[in-house]
Write a protein that binds this ligand. Structure first.
Ligand code: ATP
Ligand code: MN
Length: 277
């Protein structure tokens, strides 16, 4: 870390600890123990930009990122995804999505903190394209360095359950499952035709269910249709979803091959028909 950054962080932290009653103290108490200084600075910058007011607590700690529940200036809920480290394993795991994508091939040679920044920006840009295309994803608000601010899916600081979890808890019946299945496939279609993207890591772990709405999350690795493996990833996404609903719910009637064909050849009428049966 450059001395310059270090100095600025110390100043920020010093300023805020002298002003204990200042609202920022909450923010920093949460973050000081957990984050490195560039991350603290990034959070402060987002705060200065009016993107967030207060970090409340951890919602989930994944392998490379943590999700926090946060508040905006009006007291509304936010989700903040903070990319923290990039292990050798992470570099390896993202290579297949990057390789062949002319937009991103250069990034794996970056130093760790830069890689995480590009990755956060990539997730933000994918989220925005999807959101604008009408895909059901958390609405993206801001991104700065390795920190991404988006709509919180859940209520009162409690995240909504994943598709995997609602099924495990036995919370959905056959009919409901059919509905959710249809919504996911239609979202894959919209993603493909209106956002020009393939998710690439779609499964029961990256779908959230909230108030009868279905949200697709975790889109950092999504690839554009020009990626040489876009269709391999698309087939795998469709297959993951078909398999999950077949094995866990008993929805036997859907063929991944057919759905894949209807999606890529834009046979929207056939798709609707299959999904309504
Ligand atoms: P993985 O665990 O697959 O490595 P990741 O670190 O890439 O995941 P995400 O899948 O994006 O991160 O998010 C991790 C978890 O945080 C999700 O499983 C979900 O429970 C929760 N989460 C993600 N986005 C939101 C959101 N917008 N609102 C509420 N909770 C969220
Ligand atoms: Mn995930």
């Amino acid at each position: 870390m450059s001395e310059d950054i270090e100095k600025r962080v110390d100043i920020e932290i010093g300023k805020r600890s002298r002003e204990r009653r200042h609202k920022d103290s909450d923010l920093l108490e949460t973050v000081e123990e957990v984050f490195d200084k560039p991350t603290i600075l990034a959070i402060i910058e987002l705060k200065n930009r009016g993107c967030l007011a207060e970090l409340k607590g951890v919602v989930a700690a994944g392998k490379e990122a943590r999700i926090y529940w946060a508040k905006n200036r009006n007291g509304g809920d936010l989700a903040v995804k903070i990319y923290l480290t990039s292990s050798a394993e992470f570099r390896k795991s993202i290579w297949k999505y990057i390789k062949g994508d002319p937009r991103y091939e250069w990034i794996t040679s970056l130093p760790s903190h830069k890689l995480m920044s590009v990755w956060a920006k990539k997730e933000f840009s994918n989220l925005r394209k999807m959101y604008e295309a009408g895909v059901s994803v958390p609405k993206p608000f801001c991104v700065y360095r390795n920190v991404l601010v988006m709509e919180f899916i859940g209520s009162e600081g409690v995240r909504a359950p994943l598709l995997k979890e609602v099924v495990e808890m036995g919370k959905i019946d056959y009919e409901m499952a059919q509905k959710i299945f249809g919504i996911i496939i239609k979202n894959i279609y919209k993603m493909y035709w209106f956002a020009g993207l393939v998710h690439g890591d779609l499964s029961e772990y990256n779908v959230m269910i909230h108030n009868d709405n279905v949200y697709i999350i975790d889109v950092s690795q999504a690839v554009s249709l020009s990626h040489p493996n876009a269709h391999v990833f698309l087939y795998r996404d469709v297959m993951n979803i078909v398999k999950f609903f077949r094995d866990e719910i008993g929805l036997e009637q859907y063929s991944a091959d057919k759905l894949f064909d209807y999606i890529v050849s834009k046979k929207v009428n056939e798709l609707e028909k299959v999904l309504e049966e």
